[in-house]
Every structure is written in structure tokens, then in C-alpha cells.
Design a protein around this ligand. Structure first.
Ligand code: AMP
Length: 289
């Protein structure tokens, strides 16, 4: 498996691949899977699907300082590129390249350009983590320009991020097809996350799975026509009783705009939540309709 640390080297690898396009193939030639590393089975599923969708895959591993607030876990975020490279190699897929740039390669100078995302980025995780989605938007747009993929894959686990990236590509006419991939979970229901490494065994096995269970219970209640406000309040109380800190939010939203809904929606709708447990901040979401 080839691995590249600089934009120039990655482009030198990709340009001829893009030019060698076989006329009869309709599949996009290059797929991009952006990650921050500490790869788990959820990330690896994105890579597998990417390779099915395209002839060549670029997996980027970059812990993006622009999406962390000063008090957040940028320094302590788990990093192990050697292990990550082995995990991707173990998939035994051909035509998969790693892109593992240093911070100075992506940000040779402090970036001054900002992408204004509007309402969708001020709610939920955007309210709990001011500036986070601006940092995500910046790095993902840069990665699109660096790799120029035909398709890029993102997990539904970060549902707000996925919808923001869809908005960016639509609004800025970036020629990348965005594919969302369902959340990979442990048998307990806990969504796989690099940050699960911050949990103790008890937190991980006993308490953390209650996030998904509470989402499922609330979804059933909402589908059954129960009062939305009461259902959301009860879900928050259940999480606090289970051992989480008071959730940052537990919301029932329109799946596209992420605006809150006060009635069962006939359109696609979703429950989103985030809550701190011990040293970790966990997020999760599920479809309701
Ligand atoms: P991260 O490294 O956490 O920034 O995630 C990189 C990509 O993997 C993002 O598109 C995430 O949404 C996706 N991802 C993370 N965890 C999961 C999961 N449990 N299931 C599916 N995709 C995931």
C-alpha cells in the first residue's frame, strides 16, 4: 500500500490515474475517505465501500487542529499511524493509498479563509462546540481540492457533519458525490468511535450503550405518536440517571435541515444526541421516519 505525506506526492500519484480513465466505466475513478485515524471497524467499512464505488481510494489520516477548540482534546486525541496503516493493509484491497500529511503541510500558514455555513452549523454540536464545523468545512474542502475525488464517503455517526458536507458541495458546486454510510456499532449498540478509548471498561460496557438504547426507546415513542417534548425530556433524564452528564442536546429534527420538529414528521426525521460520560463526549443519532 502506498502512503503519501505531501500534497505534491499525492497529486503526482493521482493525476495519471485520473487520466487513465477507461471510457466504459461509469464508476468514479477516485474515492476519498477522510479520517482522523485511530481507525476502527466503522472507518474500515467506509474504505471497503469506497473501493466498491471507485477504482482507487485515498484514505486521509489527519487530526485537524482547526476543528478543535483550545480546551478540547487535540493534543490527547489517539494517534497511531503505523497501526492504522496495518489495519488498512489487512483489508487486502488493491489501489488504496494513505495520505498522512503533517499539520504544516495542510496549514503552511494560519488559514484566514472561512466557509460561512449558516444555520445548520449553529445548532446541536455547532452550539456545543463553537467553530468546530467551520474547521471541518475548511479541512474537508481542502481535501476535496487536494485529492479531487469523484466520490467521498462519510459516516452517519456524525450526522450533522454529513449534512453540512452535503450542503457545502451543493452550495459551492464541488463536483464530489457524497455518500453517507450507516453507523457501525458494537454488539451492545454503542457506536464505534475513536473516543471510546477514553472510557473505562464499566463506562464502555454498561453505561455508554444506554445512549443508543435511549435513542431507540425515544424513536419508538415518537413513532407511536407520544408528545415530542415530553419524550425528549424523559430521554435526557434517563441518560443522566444512567450516569451521563446532562446531555448537550437530545433533539428530534428534520434529517436534511436539522431544524427541530415538534410533531411526528412524514418526511425523513432523526433523533440526535450528545452527552459526556467520564472523559469522553459521545454523540449518536438514529432515523425515526
Ligand atoms: P473520524 O476519524 O472520527 O473523524 O471519522 C472519520 C469518518 O469515519 C467520518 O466520516 C465518520 O463519520 C466516520 N465514522 C466514525 N465512526 C463511525 C462509525 N461508528 N460508523 C460509521 N462511520 C463512522
Amino acid at each position: 500500500m502506498q502512503s503519501f505525506k505531501t500534497i505534491a506526492d499525492l497529486r503526482a500519484h493521482l493525476t495519471p490515474l485520473r487520466q487513465r480513465k477507461i471510457a466504459s466505466r461509469i464508476a468514479p475513478q477516485i474515492a476519498l475517505v477522510p479520517t482522523m485515524g485511530a481507525l476502527h471497524a466503522g472507518h474500515l467499512e467506509l474504505v471497503r465501500r469506497a473501493r466498491k464505488a471507485a477504482d482507487h481510494v485515498v484514505v486521509s489520516i489527519f487530526v485537524n487542529p482547526a476543528q478543535f477548540a483550545p480546551h478540547e482534546d487535540f493534543q490527547s486525541y489517539p494517534r497511531d499511524v503505523v497501526r492504522d496503516a496495518q489495519a488498512v493493509a489487512d483489508l487486502k484491497l488493491d489501489n488504496v493509498a494513505l495520505f498522512t500529511p503533517d499539520v504544516a503541510e495542510i496549514y503552511p500558514a494560519a488559514p484566514r479563509t472561512q466557509i460561512e455555513l449558516g444555520d445548520i452549523a449553529t445548532r446541536w454540536d455547532g452550539a456545543a462546540r463553537p467553530g468546530h464545523f467551520a474547521g471541518v468545512a475548511l479541512v474537508v474542502t481542502k481535501l476535496f481540492n487536494i485529492a479531487q475525488p469523484g466520490i467521498a464517503l462519510f459516516g452517519e455517526k456524525d450526522f450533522q457533519q454529513l449534512q453540512i458536507i452535503r450542503q457545502i458541495t451543493r452550495d459551492l458546486s464541488i463536483p464530489v458525490e457524497i455518500t453517507g454510510v450507516p453507523t457501525a456499532r458494537e454488539a451492545s449498540g454503542l457506536a464505534l468511535s475513536s473516543r471510546n478509548a477514553y472510557l473505562s471498561d464499566e463506562e464502555r460496557n454498561i453505561i455508554a450503550p444506554k445512549l443508543h438504547q435511549t435513542l431507540q426507546n425515544a424513536a419508538e415513542q415518537i413513532r407511536a405518536g407520544k408528545d415530542i417534548e415530553q419524550t425528549l425530556q424523559k430521554a435526557k433524564q434517563d441518560l443522566t440517571a444512567a450516569g451521563f452528564n446532562a446531555p448537550d442536546y437530545f433533539a428530534y429534527v428534520d434529517s436534511e435541515t436539522l431544524t427541530p420538529l415538534s410533531r411526528l414528521s412524514p418526511l425523513a426525521s432523526r433523533l440526535l444526541t450528545a452527552a459526556r460520560l467520564g472523559k469522553a463526549r459521545l454523540i449518536d443519532n438514529i432515523a425515526v421516519t
